[in-house]
Design a protein around this ligand. Structure first.
Ligand SMILES: [Zn+2]
Length: 344
């Protein structure tokens, strides 16, 4: 089968690899009908050391179950499923607590361990716990939004929960990528009265406004902090969604948080330490978040997608085939494309 492999920074290739196959009796194999490129794929795209062996890429997919292992009980060939970016058994102590990304039998797609979704097919470990069967056909018009349940919509929701967004609150979202925009959707969905997006890309902030952002701050750093403070009567935001992962983004997030606020961080941190520790301490700011247990959120978010109350699929602004994946990485890295969908 064909799959996207990354051999180093800026070097993504489509190559022939061994077919995805059942290895363990709890596995399934899905034929990928939709995948996408994630903002977090851009970190290795910028930094990965060159290697002989390519890294399988892609951790978001919708697909059709092609084969199941002997111990898979809840799925059958032909089911259309969402593949969350992490696999999980659904039964361990952490899964039962809704923290599937810490599953004791879990792991992440887009790795040597589980293969990547930017491919014709992918092996799904712990298939019963991992996959979520969808009640629609594979070319349903809602497919872009359903695909976001594999990562970005669930991740935006996780940021909003970790930031303790609730009715009447003022939420600020740092970052105008697909996760930041889904964070706006999530904040609105959870009842935020005011949603400030920090971003400067014209098309992205326009979409943020359509998703429910009430204010846009295009400045960065100290200027952004001053503007958000001005917008909030000098107090700052009660909920801050940090959807980038850089030290600068976290410093801004802490700078715009009011005393007692919560920051939900879902941008993969690019540094070892959290900056601005002293301001965060003296203002009693909670810094929470991490990889979103999106598997736990599909049940809750799916009805809103199916009934059209939220349209996170609007973050996709380009659709490509598998052969164009290298160009898709370039387009996202250069911010020409917001989020690229792949139809293998
Ligand atoms: Zn588990």
């Amino acid at each position: 089968m064909r799959a996207a492999l990354m051999f180093g920074a800026g070097d993504v290739r489509i190559e022939n690899v061994p077919d995805a196959a059942i290895v363990s009796p709890t596995d399934a194999v899905i034929r990928v009908t939709r995948a996408c490129i994630c903002g977090s794929d851009l970190w290795p795209y910028r930094k990965l050391e060159p290697g002989e062996r390519g890294r399988p890429m892609g951790h978001e997919a919708v697909g059709v179950v092609e084969a199941i292992g002997a111990e898979v009980r809840t799925l059958k060939a032909g089911d259309l499923v969402v593949m969350p970016f992490a696999f999980s058994d659904g039964t361990c102590e952490f899964c039962r607590e809704g923290l599937h990304t810490s599953c004791v039998h879990g792991g992440f797609f887009g790795s040597d361990e589980a293969g990547g979704a930017q491919a014709e097919a992918v092996r799904i470990p712990q298939a019963d716990g991992t996959l979520f069967a969808l009640p629609v056909g594979e070319d349903d018009a809602l497919m872009p939004s359903l695909l976001t349940l594999s990562d970005v919509m669930g991740t935006g929701h996780h940021a909003a929960l970790a930031a303790r967004v609730g009715p009447g609150k003022t939420a600020a979202v740092v970052g105008d990528g697909a996760v930041g925009l889904c964070g706006v959707i999530a904040a609105k969905r959870l009842g935020a009265a005011r949603i400030i997006i920090l971003g400067r890309h014209p098309r992205r902030v326009a979409l943020a406004r359509e998703f429910g952002a009430t204010d846009v701050v295009g400045e960065r750093g100290d200027e952004a902090v001053a503007l958000v403070r001005e917008l909030t009567g000098g107090l700052g935001a009660s909920s801050v969604l940090e959807c980038v992962g850089t030290d600068d983004a976290m410093r801004t997030a802490i700078g715009i948080a009011r005393p007692g606020a919560a920051i939900g961080r879902v941008g993969v941190p690019q540094g070892e330490t959290i900056p601005a520790s002293q301001p965060a301490f003296f203002d009693n700011i909670t810094v929470s978040g991490g990889p979103a247990p999106v598997r736990a959120y599909i049940e809750e978010l799916l009805p809103d997608v199916l009934e059209g109350r939220i349209e996170p699929g609007r973050v996709f602004d380009r659709v490509i085939g598998l052969d164009e994946v290298p160009a898709g990485y370039r387009a996202m890295n250069e911010r020409e494309a917001l989020k690229v969908m792949v139809k293998p």
